[in-house]
Structures are given as C-alpha cells and as structure tokens.
Ligand binder design. Structure first.
Ligand SMILES: Cc1cc2nc3c(=O)[nH]c(=O)nc-3n(C[C@H](O)[C@H](O)[C@H](O)COP(=O)(O)OP(=O)(O)OC[C@H]3O[C@@H](n4cnc5c(N)ncnc54)[C@H](O)[C@@H]3O)c2cc1C
Length: 264
C-alpha cells in the first residue's frame, strides 16, 4: 500500500477543504469498498478524508411524507431502526439483506450511494422511493442521480450528507443474491404510492433502472397475477459468469412477483 495523508475533519466545510488540499483525495466512510480498492491499487489516494468525525451525518428522522437517513448511517442501523420499520418496512428489509453482519455494521448509505455499484441494493430503493440525495452543494433527484455503472451526478469532492425517501403506502424488496458476495444478481424494489407504483431494478443491467412496464401494470392492478404477466427484455441486460441476460430477465419477473407479494 502506498503512503497517504489522513484527515478527520469536524464539519462538512472542513471535509471539503481537506479534500481540496489533497493531490488525489478520497472520502472514507465504512471503507468496505474503498479499502479493498486501495489494497488492490485500483485507487491510490494521496489523502483519505474520514467522514466519521463530522457531526449530523448519522441517524434517521421523519418530516411529513419524507424519511431522511444520514449518509454515515450503517446498513445495520437502517435494518433495525424503529422509524424505518414503521415508515418504510421494505427499506429495513432491504438493508437487512446487504452483505453479512460485518458489512452491515460498517457499510454506510452514503458509501453505497456515492459508489453506485451496478449490483448494490440501495440504488433500487432510491429509484423506487423517488429519493432525493442531499449533498454539501445541493440536491439530486434519484432519477437523474444514477448515471450508469459507478457513475453519479456527484461532482469531484461533493459530499453526500443525507438521503430523503418518500414514504409509500407499501413497499418491498426481493433479491436473488450471489451466494458468495451477497450482491444482487437481480434485485427488485417495489413502492406503491397513492397515485402510482414505482419499481427499481438493480443487478440486472449495467446500472440501476426503473422498470416502466412493471410500473404501468402494477399501477393499474397491484397484484401478483399482474406482475406475472410483465416481461423484461434481455436486450440491455448483463451476461457474465453469474448469469446470462435471458436468465436475468426471467429472474426479474420472479423477484417482481415476490416483492409484490410481500408488499401486499
Ligand atoms: C463482502 C462484501 C459484501 C457486500 N455485499 C453487498 C450487498 O449485498 N449489497 C450491497 O448493496 N453492497 C454490498 N457491499 C458493499 C457495502 O454495502 C459497502 O458498504 C458499500 O459499497 C460502501 O459503503 P462504505 O460506507 O463502506 O463506503 P467506503 O468504502 O468508505 O466508500 C465508498 C466510496 O464512496 C465514497 N464516499 C463514501 N461516503 C461518501 C459520502 N458521504 N459522500 C461522498 N462520497 C462518499 C468514497 O470516497 C468511496 O469512493 C458488500 C461489501 C463487501 C465488502
């Protein structure tokens, strides 16, 4: 591993300044993605800016029909928090499916959202729950925030501070996970609102996406039988050592049915 400087700022402004001072800096949250990348020399930051000392970045609050979760909130907290469980049980269930206890105890919402791994779970939830990603510079709607594999609307040095999720009438997440990594081979998050149903899909393609056909079918008829009639084209889906595109397309329908069944 190469030498690097370490900063532990006490405010968002200090964190932004510490990032700017480094030649090539990186924020560190749970370190579950960043540290393996540094060890394998995929990332070689000159400065690590540790966000764990910045106050106000952890915790869950409800404000009207929005549930706000701080960027440094761990997956374990989201999985067990009473506010999350009562407002959006599907989100608590999703967090409980991430990795294993070690990953859930260290990994953070902000780390996943900033990283945008195409097989990560949270991006599907953000899309389905019409989320807002708030940063030290402004805010981004989820629909425009995720821009394909490992790519987001964040500018260099922009810090995710919290994410707001619109509270639905019902929601659920179903994933077929890779048995080794626990990442999604396909994961489907369904959220039912008074006016429409939103569906986010992760793992299946090169980046998270909303599934328009499933949304239209379920908005008209929120039932497992309606979900069973939906089709996903394999054209833009991934083929890799874990699964082919046709298999992923079929799996997405199975996950959709499971999520609708749970949300019902
Ligand atoms: C064995 C294993 C299994 C896993 N399984 C799953 C799984 O099933 N599902 C899943 O979704 N994920 C899974 N993960 C990933 C896990 O959820 C990580 O927590 C996540 O990818 C990164 O979060 P982190 O807090 O560790 O971020 P870090 O590793 O600290 O940072 C990741 C990236 O985000 C940046 N960053 C971090 N916080 C911020 C912020 N607030 N603002 C701006 N940039 C920021 C960092 O600079 C870095 O580029 C797994 C990881 C491991 C190691």
């Amino acid at each position: 591993m190469r030498d690097f400087a370490y900063a532990r700022p006490a405010s968002l402004a200090e964190a932004a300044s510490a990032f700017g001072d480094g030649g090539e800096a990186a924020f560190i949250a749970g370190g579950h993605t960043l540290l393996p990348a540094i060890k394998s020399r995929l990332r070689m930051p000159d400065t690590l800016v540790d966000l764990s000392g910045v106050p106000g970045l952890s915790g869950v609050t409800r404000d009207g029909d929005m549930l706000w979760i701080g960027a440094m909130t761990t997956h374990a907290t989201v999985a067990t928090n009473a506010l999350v469980a009562s407002a959006i049980p599907g989100l608590a269930g999703m967090a409980n499916l991430i990795g294993d206890p070690q990953v859930r105890n260290r990994g953070t919402l902000g780390g996943v959202v900033a990283n945008n791994d195409p097989a990560a779970d949270y991006p599907a939830a953000l899309m389905a729950l019409d989320a807002v990603v708030e940063t030290d510079r402004g805010s981004h709607r989820a629909d425009a925030y995720f821009q394909g594999m490992f790519s987001t609307a964040l500018d260099d040095g922009e810090i995710v501070s919290r994410v707001g999720f619109r509270v639905p009438l019902a929601s659920a997440y179903a994933k077929f996970r890779n048995p080794a990594s626990r990442y999604a081979v396909v994961g489907v998050f369904v959220a039912r609102f008074a006016d429409a149903v939103r569906v986010g899909v992760t793992g299946a393609g090169p980046g998270v996406f909303r599934w328009a056909e499933a949304e239209a079918a379920l908005t008209a008829d929120f039932s497992v039988s309606a979900a069973a009639k939906v089709v996903l084209s394999p054209d833009d889906l991934n083929t890799d050592i874990h699964a082919g595109a046709e298999y992923r397309a079929a799996l997405a329908v199975v996950m959709l049915k499971q999520a609708v069944s749970q949300a019902s």
